[in-house]
Design a protein around this ligand. Structure first.
Ligand SMILES: Cc1ncc(COP(=O)(O)O)c(C=O)c1O
Length: 360
């Protein structure tokens, strides 16, 4: 490949080109300091500025209200599956989960592995996770209610969030964080691996209501304790410095691009273009109930698996990477995260048309 191509990978995924260019420019000599961010002490004044900027920008872009902290942790979203129950529920309590796909199931399994009592309050497993269940309510004694806002594999997304009353709402937002404007005050805790909408893999964003920090038991391993990591402003030990720096660049790019409202508008435009292309023919078949369709991961099938393989291969020949569905479900998946430009989706839609004419 001589040139960059359109990247529809599910994660790690496309990063905004201006972010990569800025990182490239800074790579050898960060702002005239003579060294790279990769080589810089995490205790230096410069890095302290970077991590503080990243937290401040996260609050600005996402509209995070007072009383919340943004942590940068390691271990991926998968570590959060354990960190959440270990920090914010007591052994005697139970937690409630909504099961909307593989990632919800993994979150549930991890809590159960720790010996915690988990109750499934709603599930879409009966129909292959092709929809988001409605009318979700939590019992008021639960330690928290856990949801996965966007199901990366199935291609479903909550259009609006359940209201759990007094119970804390916890959300795995790994694959749709900052894709649209949300009211953060609805949530007690949000976590997201950065590698889809926010930066590279290796850093996990945790947005936590400050009062929850006090719940972490004293005997938790240090690296999983929200209280310790939060108390040290994510600098208890060496954090993933380069990943945090890239998150800062992505957030600056979001601001320059018109903020979350503008990004949401473009995301809706991209998704509409693609879903319209699916809906206008019987050749392509969406796999998700229309009211549950994701803005980020668009999943569909072709008439046969042979045609799907051909579609993925020919798309690549035409400069479009990453369209193969997750290995557990097959089919086609186009991940159209914030950094995937409208032009990429337009190119894909044009290709779909040509492919159908040749093979339909
Ligand atoms: C919704 C969701 N949750 C959790 C994960 C797991 O994330 P990680 O690989 O950062 O542990 C993924 C990964 O794709 C995901 O899409």
């Amino acid at each position: 490949m001589k040139d960059r191509i359109f990247n529809f990978n599910a994660g790690p995924a496309a990063l905004p080109l201006p972010v990569l260019q800025e990182a490239q420019e800074d790579l050898l000599n960060y702002k005239g300091e003579g060294i790279s961010v990769l080589e810089m002490s995490h205790r230096s004044k410069t890095f302290d500025g970077i991590i503080k900027d990243a937290e401040r920008l996260m609050k600005e872009v996402m509209g995070i209200p007072e009383g919340y902290k943004v942590l940068f942790m390691q271990g991926g979203a998968t570590l959060q599956f354990a960190a959440v129950p270990m920090n914010i529920m007591q052994d005697s309590q139970f937690a409630e989960y909504v099961n909307t796909g593989s990632w919800s199931k993994k979150a549930i399994a991890e809590a159960e592995k720790l010996g915690r009592t988990v109750k499934i309050v709603a599930s879409s497993e009966d129909e292959n996770f092709s929809y988001i269940p409605g009318n979700i309510s939590a019992s008021q004694e639960a330690a928290y209610l856990h949801i996965t806002s966007n199901n990366t594999i199935a291609g479903t997304q909550f259009a609006s969030y359940p209201d759990p009353g007094r119970v804390d709402l916890v959300c795995d937002m790994s694959s749709d964080i900052n894709c649209r404007k949300i009211d953060v005050s609805q949530f007690a805790l949000i976590y997201a691996g950065a590698q889809k909408n926010m930066g590279p893999s290796g850093v996990t964003i945790v947005i936590i209501r400050e009062d929850l920090l006090e719940k972490s038991p004293a005997d938790l391993p240090t690296m999983i304790s929200y209280k310790i990591i939060g108390g040290k402003d994510s600098l208890y030990n060496t954090p993933p410095t380069f990943g945090i720096y890239l998150i800062k660049l992505v957030l600056e790019w979001m601001q320059r691009s018109g903020g979350i409202e503008k990004i949401e508008q473009i995301n809706r435009q991209k998704a509409r273009l693609l879903y319209d292309a699916i809906d206008k023919t019987d050749f392509y078949r969406g796999t998700v109930r229309k009211d549950s369709r994701s803005l980020m991961n668009v999943t569909f099938r072709l008439p046969s698996e042979e045609l799907e393989q051909k579609f993925v291969a020919e798309a690549l020949e035409n400069g479009m990477l990453g369209l193969k569905g997750h290995r557990s479900v097959g089919g086609i998946r186009a991940s159209i995260y914030n950094a995937v430009p409208l032009a990429a989706v337009q190119t894909l839609v044009d290709f779909m048309d040509t492919f159908e004419k040749a093979n339909g």
